[in-house]
Design a protein around this ligand. Structure first.
Ligand code: ZN
Length: 483
């Protein structure tokens, strides 16, 4: 959206030394990579004004950031309004001006979830006034009702997950690696969210491969292990950093304070990559007690994103699909969708078209259960789901296991729809049964997938008290009759 901001006919202006830059410096917004960031106004619009001192000519890094930003157009990525040079300075104008970044917001949410009121356990380190002001700007009113402010803040936090994911999907589709994904590079406005700071990004669309050995490095805390080791790294390094951010966000949504998350990273620089063993132990044991069953699947996704092996991390596109499926699982419950309206795809309602005169309905029995055998030590089990009367119209079965599984998500596209496991504990397996095009589940619990397929969530808690436990679920499907 680069604009003719200085009325010179271009979005990039070279001012002469004797000229004055036609901008007025407003409030201080924060520290950028090489200098302060201030608010200013141009074309009647509030923008963020970054100035960088360039010793000689404008460096390749600055040019790269501008080239990358000029290319990008997405609802969750900051926009370049214009640029200029003046003496030894490079000026960059970015929209929008944020209320705060996600890191600051998460600290505020941390305060909201761990205190009973704004100033209980008064901490002289905290600037309560600006916290209150910030939250009010984000439309979270802490004055009248603390519990509802907490709910509003957690809703905002949780829905940001899907919006951030959509920005990273877009970047990777555009062959851009961000390379410094962290909460302070995600900006929040009263209703919006914007990924920013492309100072270290690499546009690899011109390269033959997406792995470089000499690129800029991001922020140690959120570094992928291969980045920390100066090894070649690709898009999957962004996914690792994003996994760290998601883990902190999902943790907060489930009453895990930022300090309890920090306690999981005792070693070295408190980074995620240096403390992966401790984080994985947490996933295996204590760290999966969550408020909503769907949050277990979110944690399972974050765990996969934190895989040490880059090959085992999901792609951004896969993450977005998984989030959609997790939304489908939690649909029947009164919980929080994982994205705001801006990132919800236009999909038909689950029941759309079914009131049509030509709709045929049929009963569908689903058998769901598990076999079990005592082994020493623990249990061996086989989960299964069968569709005696409608097998031919089942397209696939998505399986969501416990977050302690290395690979907690599986999709089966043909029978037998089974899964074998071994271990001590029982847990609830969630499945989504997807129908072939033209068929719908009539249940109010059904949801619509990204390919407009009808998805039915079903749950099964493993039973180790018998050799075989099976339950029959009576459902109904509908289709349009051709005649
Ligand atoms: Zn969005």
């Amino acid at each position: 959206m680069a604009l003719d901001w200085a009325h010179r006919g271009t979005s990039h202006v070279q001012f002469q030394a004797e000229e004055a830059v036609p901008l007025e410096q407003g409030r201080f917004l924060g520290h950028g990579m090489n200098g302060g960031v201030y608010e200013t106004t141009c074309l009647g619009m509030a923008v963020a004004w970054k100035r960088r001192y360039c010793r000689r000519q404008i460096g390749t890094q600055e040019l790269r950031e501008m080239d990358i930003l000029k290319k990008l157009d997405h609802r969750h990525i900051v926009k370049l309004v214009g640029t200029y040079t003046h003496e030894s300075f490079l000026g960059i104008l970015l929209w929008p001006v944020a209320t705060c970044d996600l890191g600051t917001f998460m600290e505020d949410v941390d305060h909201l979830v761990s205190h009973q009121s704004m100033q209980s356990d008064y901490d002289p380190e905290i600037d309560y006034q600006s916290m209150e002001q910030r939250l009010r700007q984000l439309r979270i009113d802490t004055f009248s009702d603390w519990p509802s402010a907490r709910r509003a803040a957690l809703l905002r936090l949780k829905q940001s997950i899907g919006c951030i994911a959509s920005a990273i999907v877009y970047l990777h589709e555009q062959s851009i690696r961000h390379k410094d994904i962290k909460p302070s590079n995600i900006l929040l406005t009263p209703t919006g969210l914007y990924v920013t700071d492309f100072g270290t990004s690499t546009d690899f669309s011109g390269f033959s491969q997406s792995v470089t050995q000499n690129g800029e490095r991001g922020t140690p805390k959120y570094f992928a292990p291969e980045v920390a080791e100066y090894e070649p790294n690709g898009r999957s390094a962004d996914i690792f950093s994003l996994g760290c951010v998601f883990l902190e966000m999902i943790g907060l949504c489930n009453q895990y304070s930022l300090s309890s998350m920090l306690a999981l990273r005792p070693k070295k620089d408190r980074s995620f990559h240096a403390n992966l063993d401790s984080i994985m132990r947490w996933f295996n044991f204590s760290g999966t007690e969550v408020q909503w069953p769907a949050d277990q699947h979110l944690l399972a996704l974050a765990r996969q994103m934190l895989s040490r092996d880059p090959q085992k991390r999901p792609t951004a596109d896969h993450i977005e699909r998984r989030l959609h499926l997790i939304d489908a699982i939690q649909r029947p419950r009164p919980s929080t969708p994982l994205r705001r309206a801006c990132c919800r795809p236009e999909l038909p309602l689950p029941m759309a078209g079914m009131e049509h005169a030509g709709t045929r309905r049929a009963h569908a029995t689903v058998e769901i259960g598990n076999w079990h055998q005592d082994i020493s030590p623990g249990h061996s089990w086989r989960f299964f789901v069968r569709f005696p009367s409608i097998e031919s119209i089942v397209d696939s079965v998505h399986l969501f296991l416990h977050p302690s599984f290395q690979n907690p998500y599986h999709v089966k596209t043909q029978p037998p729809y089974e899964f074998n496991g071994k271990g001590w504990g029982f847990f609830t397996i969630t499945i989504l049964v997807s129908l072939r095009p033209g068929y719908w589940w009539t249940s109010a619990d059904a949801a619509v997938g990204l390919e407009k397929e009808s998805l039915m969530p079903l749950y099964w808690t493993l039973d180790f008290s018998r050799d075989l436990t099976v339950s029959k679920v009576a459902l109904e499907i509908a289709t349009m009759s051709s005649g």
